[in-house]
Every structure is written in C-alpha cells, then in structure tokens.
Design a protein around this ligand. Structure first.
Ligand SMILES: N[C@@H](CCC(=O)N[C@@H](CS)C(=O)NCC(=O)O)C(=O)O
Length: 205
C-alpha cells in the first residue's frame, strides 16, 4: 500500500486531503518534525531531503515536492476527477499550486515560522518576519483575486485547491488572520468537506 509521510498541520495536509478525496488505499505515517524525526535514518531512507510530504509508492520509489505529488495523484486516479480538464485549466492548477508552495509558503510563511533559516543573527529576525508578512499578505490577495468569478481555483474542484487550503489554514488558525472574502469562502467550503474533516481529526487539528 502507498504511504504518505506527513506532519500534523504541515503543508502535507493538502496531500493528505487529496488522498482522501481520491479514495485509493494508503497509510498515513506521522513524522514528528519537532523531535527531528525527519533527520533520522528511518525517514532519510524514504526522503533524504528530510521534508514532508513524501509519498512512498507501491513500487518502493518515493515522490517528493507538493506540486509533483499533487499532480501525480490526480493524474493516476482519473476516476476521482481531481485533475483539471484541458491544458488551460491544468496550467492554472499548476500555476496556483506552485505560487502557494514556492512563494507564499516557502518565501512568506517560512520567514515567519523559521527566521533563523534566513538570517543567522537574531538581531535580524524581526526584519525577516516583517518581509515574510509582506510576502504572504500579497499572496493572500493574489489567491483571492485568482478566485474571481469561480468557487475553485481551476474552475471545478481539483488538486489545485489543496495548496491554497493549507495556506488558508495557516493564516486563519496559526496566525489568526482574517482571510479576504473569496479566499474565506473557499476555506469554508474546504472545511465543510468530509475529506477535510476526516484528515483534520486524524492529524489532531
Ligand atoms: N518544497 C517542498 C516543501 C516541503 C516543506 O517545506 N515541508 C516542511 C513542512 S511544511 C518540512 O518538512 N519541514 C521540515 C524541516 O524543514 O525540517 C514541497 O513542495 O513539498
């Protein structure tokens, strides 16, 4: 059976929800990032990058990086209809997933949660966090604009909704921020889904 390596409330949340939506059998394996399990040999053997999400597939190979895993799961499970139809919708799905992960998460939120990764001197940490706030604030607005005239990021519900979902989760639950209107409606629609409720309960969120 395929295995998803995840950490509670981490970006792996989006892949965890996608797996539930797809409905194919999988095992969810918890990695305790706070205790440094990502650096232990057991996990390094699965993902030497020391990051979640990581998908260990039935053939023994591991797929990493959120956008790649999301695309792969949607593309290999067409019955679940999580892969947007046609090049335009698919390109938009990849566009929003990359922006959410590579910019809003890794450039924005990471500066706030892990300032030491961006500046060794503690004296610079407040400036790093302020820059992170600028980046994710712009990110929230950009994601909100992308929802103009649609309820879901690629038109119909798809894998494109998974990365913005964990971004909204971090903004709303960790930073206690008010989401802009369309993004708030998207987040509420996601929270109402049985897949999301099941995963949030399993992750203890
Ligand atoms: N580019 C990676 C980012 C993954 C990532 O940053 N994961 C975080 C959790 S949200 C992680 O595993 N952090 C562990 C660490 O930095 O030690 C992806 O797209 O999957």
């Amino acid at each position: 059976m395929q295995k998803l390596f995840y950490a509670p409330g981490a970006c792996s949340l989006g892949i965890h929800v996608l797996l539930e939506e797809i409905g194919a059998p999988y095992e969810a394996v918890r990695v305790n990032l706070r205790e440094g399990e990502q650096f232990k040999p057991e996990f390094q053997a699965v993902n030497p990058k020391s990051k979640v999400p990581a998908l260990l597939r039935q053939d023994g190979s591991t797929l990493t990086e959120f956008p790649a895993i999301a695309y792969y799961l949607a593309a290999t499970n067409p019955q679940a209809k999580m892969l947007p139809e046609g090049p335009e919708a698919l390109a938009r799905a990849m566009e929003v997933t990359d922006y959410a992960v590579a910019t809003v998460h890794m450039q924005g939120f990471s500066r706030i949660f892990r300032p030491a990764n961006f500046a060794p001197s503690e004296a610079d940490h407040e400036a790093v966090k302020a820059r992170g706030t600028e980046i994710f604030t712009k990110g929230m607005k950009t994601l909100d604009t992308a929802l103009q005239g649609r309820d879901f990021f690629a038109g119909a519900y798809s894998f494109a909704d998974m990365a913005p979902f964990y971004i909204s989760f971090w903004a709303a639950e960790r930073l206690k921020l008010e989401l802009p209107g369309r993004l708030a409606a998207h987040y509420a629609a996601m929270r109402a889904r049985p897949s999301v409720q099941k995963v949030m309960e399993r992750e203890g969120l």
